[in-house]
Design a protein around this ligand. Sequence first.
Ligand code: SF4
Length: 196
Amino acid sequence: MQSRVRKERKPRDPKPEEWLARDLSQGYIADYKPFNFVDGEGVRCSIYVSGCKFACPGCYNKVAQNFHYGTPYTKQLEDTIIKDLGEDYCQGLTLLGGEPFLNTQVCLQLVDRMHAEYGHTKDVWSWTGYRWDELLRDSEDKLELLSKIDILVDGRFELPKKDLTLQFRGSSNQRIIDVQRSLKAGKVVLWDRLVK
Ligand code: SF4
């Protein structure tokens, strides 16, 4: 007899290099939000790339799971973002989605240009559905993007662990990681301004 108990749906778990930006990304952007206070520390310019395959139940931005959602990333948008980042009061760039690590072409182009124009006077925060250990075992483009990020919020959104009181995270499995210190130490080092 068929069981009537419905299995709880979970986010997907990719194998290393199973999902690659070169196969999946359409170079689309779901949104761009200049000068916001919620996507990391300080005033930030946030780009929301389109496309994510984790399919977390309760995803905060389900429309952006579609790789064709929104509009193509253009040189004109890039020029606008770079100009906005130049404001003294703007602390840096935030990459969200969708999944930035499945849109590495767009993210690397933007981060590289920001570093070329402003050096490291501006920081980079990124959200990802990948866990830290998964990224380290994945493709070269993901590792390259990781190496250029300052702060990473890692891991799927897990609905049973949802906690809206956490800083910059939706569920308690997610971590705010100091990327540069972690890469140097060879282990996860959490952001030193973590309060909760
Ligand atoms: S990783 Fe983020 S964008 Fe992707 S499905 Fe999960 S919550 Fe949504």
